[in-house]
Design a protein around this ligand. Structure first.
Ligand code: SER
Length: 445
């Protein structure tokens, strides 16, 4: 089933259950805690907190999201993508746990011929928060998941918040068992690669305070009304329904990967047909290209332009990582003109404005690539010389002064220097780099 169809069925299903269809917000959303929208509930936060009255008690959306906290993991696992879409259904003081569970079960297991996703019931698992007997009981009465496949987990896994003070609550996650080829038996607590999380049902009822990590913060109050926030990973479900290993291989992403492979003369998956460790460096690079090209397209589409800080820097970093990955795969010419249109063609079914705005979007991307190519050409020689010098001096670390010079002369951001040095097996003295940066700033004052 194509991703656009999964999306269409989602919205149609929840509309039939009395939910208003709310269009995705822009990725750039005015929330001081966030660079980008990173969950479907973000635009609805004031409704959960009771700060604003929602125009509807039930809503559904497919929200564009970007998460870049794990950008280094992209391509190395089956799970990490920077841009993704989160399908959500929301209740603002309307239904609660029972309906959320019943809706999820119905949509996932209704046959495809009857408009559902037709997942095999035997492969579905549910987790609940450790003391949430109510949710566990509701899974038994409102679904066919047997008690052996209902797993209780602690706060780090089954209590959801935005990572900052705000609405939160216990959650119940739905996992799909991909089978013994993907890992050992035992359920999601044992192997989250084999048992893939596809949908998170959050039973919003509390307000959290300051704190760090996923489980180290106080609960400081209750929400004015018990509510529901769910998030299904559209790309994850697409991978399941399309019978592919990971999100880089679904219909909205894979054509870019195929194009990158054709341009570079590489064969994706050549080293092993099913690389469970996702470790072949060329495959990782191809996945990085596919992921970052799409994310850049979506970010520029929502008005972000490359820059040296904040959102602009995230975009710059992704464009540069894509271009560099292509170079490392052996393609030295400008590449975005070949890749970005492929991505746009795949995404326009759900986001037609990408096609109408493509001339603006592509000009921004291509200009950034040009600028970066000039930077790289100059800086790479300097970096290689510095690495060779460090090696011949028997050092396993590049001095902070060298990293600083790369930054000062060629505009190499420190993470580019780190990545490029790491590829040659060399560390970088980051403390030294920061000290020199600070000295420069102090001098400028
Ligand atoms: N907010 C929850 C999440 O991001 C469910 O939508 O997982």
């Amino acid at each position: 089933m194509e991703t656009a169809e999964i999306r269409r069925r989602w919205l149609a299903f929840f509309e039939s259950k009395g939910h208003a269809i709310v269009p995705s917000s822009s990725l750039v959303y005015d929330d001081p805690n966030l660079l980008f929208v990173n969950a479907g509930m973000v635009p609805f936060k004031p409704y959960f907190l009771g700060q604003e009255t929602p125009p509807w008690r039930r809503a559904t959306s497919v929200q564009k999201c970007v998460r870049t906290g794990d950008i280094e993991e992209v391509g190395k696992t089956s799970r990490h993508g920077t841009f993704f879409q989160m399908n959500g259904n929301f209740s603002f003081g309307d239904y609660f746990k029972a309906e959320a569970i019943a809706f999820a079960w119905e949509l996932l297991t209704t046959s495809q011929a009857e408009g559902g996703y037709g997942l095999d019931k035997e492969r579905l698992w549910a987790t609940v928060y450790e003391d949430d007997d109510e949710a566990a009981g509701l899974w038994l009465t409102h679904s066919e998941v047997p008690i052996e496949r209902i797993v209780r987990r602690g706060m780090a896994d089954n209590f959801w918040s935005m990572g900052v003070p705000g609405p939160c609550g216990p959650c119940s996650e739905i996992f799909y068992d991909r089978g013994p080829d993907y890992g050992q038996e035992g359920g999601p607590a044992v192997d989250e690669d084999r048992y893939k999380e596809i949908w998170n049902l959050v039973f919003m009822q509390n307000i959290r305070g300051e704190g760090s990590g996923k489980d180290d913060y106080p609960i400081v109050g209750d929400l004015p009304a018990k509510s529901v926030d769910t998030g299904l990973g559209l790309e994850r479900l697409a991978a399941v329904l399309q019978g592919v290993d990971n999100l880089y291989e679904i219909d909205e992403v894979y054509p870019v990967l195929v194009k990158a492979a054709a341009l570079t003369g590489k064969t994706y998956g050549a080293k092993s047909a099913h690389d469970a460790a996702h470790s072949d460096p060329d495959d990782v690079r191809l996945r990085v290209v596919a992921d970052h090209v799409r994310s850049s397209l979506m970010l520029i589409g929502d008005g972000v332009t490359p820059g040296n800080e904040g959102r602009g820097y995230v975009l710059r970093r992704m464009l540069r990582r894509a271009v560099r990955s292509m170079r490392l795969l052996g393609f030295d010419e400008p590449c975005l003109q070949h890749l970005l249109p492929v991505s746009m063609e795949r995404m326009k079914a759900s986001y037609p404005q990408l096609e109408t705005g493509f001339s603006r979007i592509s000009q921004i991307a291509y200009a950034e690539e040009e600028a970066f190519r000039r930077t790289l050409a100059a800086g790479t020689t300097m970096l290689d010389t510095a690495v060779a010098r460090a090696r011949s001096a028997g050092q396993s670390m590049l001095g902070g002064d060298e990293a600083f010079a790369l930054h000062d002369t060629f505009g190499f951001p420190i993470d580019l220097t780190l990545e490029m040095a790491q590829e040659q097996g060399i560390e970088v003295d980051q403390d030294g780099f920061r000290r020199l940066m600070k000295e420069q700033r102090d001098r400028a004052k």
